[in-house]
Ligand binder design. Structure first.
Ligand code: SF4
Length: 244
């Protein structure tokens, strides 16, 4: 069980300034932060939802088969320069599914998503809402590292989509937390900036799984002033999940 002091330390580790209000000690850190943070009220979906009914090639319907298929996949050119595929990691029955963009150099070397500095920050962000990394599932839009860490091309994201769709179907998360423009745009099939997508409750495809958009931790490392907004997004996602 995470204490208020621990959670405050995690928030500080995220680079978010915390402060104490004069109040009984029994009040939780969330309550004290709520006095300083404005958490958006879940709003009706405000942007068009993608047509998720495009027919995709069949893939294995179980975890082992799916992971095996991904491991030898050559559906797109990203297969040519990877060291290994980065399938995804975490609790396969998780309530939270975090989806990023693509593996980088660290991820390509270790075969696990979000393991570099951005991964460390993601871990701290999750802890700030009481989640250990092992309690969520973490994946990317594409499972192979784009050369020179460029954005994945639309054709690559489309080729890889079938695997992520199957992972989502297997996990059946209660909320999807899409970090970064590439993840959000590919999941929702809309062309908006992250700043315009934040604070809205989207739904993912026919499954209608609630989807919240936030900044990519790599962006937050470059733009620490946006960490507070990411914190608000996490609270918003948790609020949606708790209301489900
Ligand atoms: S990015 Fe996806 S579709 Fe492309 S080769 Fe890797 S696993 Fe296959």
């Amino acid at each position: 069980m995470q204490t208020d002091q621990q959670r405050r330390q995690y928030l500080q580790a995220m680079g978010i300034q915390t402060w104490s209000l004069r109040q009984p000690q029994s009040q939780s850190v969330d309550a004290s932060l709520a006095a300083a943070e404005t958490v958006a009220t879940p709003s009706p979906q405000a942007a068009p939802i993608a047509d998720q009914n495009i027919e995709l090639p069949a893939v294995a319907s179980d975890w082992a088969g799916l992971q095996e298929e991904v491991g030898v996949c050559t559906r797109c050119e990203l297969s040519q320069h990877r060291n290994q595929t980065v399938f995804g990691v975490g609790d396969r029955n998780a309530d939270w599914l975090v989806i990023g963009e693509a593996p980088g150099a660290d991820e390509d070397a270790q075969g696990e998503p979000f393991v570099g500095p951005a991964g460390k920050l993601l871990n701290q962000m999750l802890l700030a809402v009481g989640l250990k990394r092992e309690q969520v599932y973490i994946a990317n839009i594409v499972k192979c590292r784009p050369t020179d860490d460029r954005d994945p091309k639309a054709v690559e994201a489309a080729a890889c989509e079938v695997y992520l769709k199957q992972q989502i179907a297997l996990i059946q998360p209660k909320v999807i937390f899409a970090v970064g423009r590439i993840a959000a745009q590919n999941l929702l099939k809309i062309d908006q900036k992250v700043g315009d997508m934040r604070g809205q409750k989207f739904e993912y495809g026919d499954s209608k799984i609630p989807l919240v958009v936030s900044y990519h931790p790599a962006y937050l490392l470059r733009m620490p002033s946006a960490k507070r907004k990411a914190w608000q997004d996490l609270l918003f996602a948790r609020q949606i999940l708790n209301n489900e």
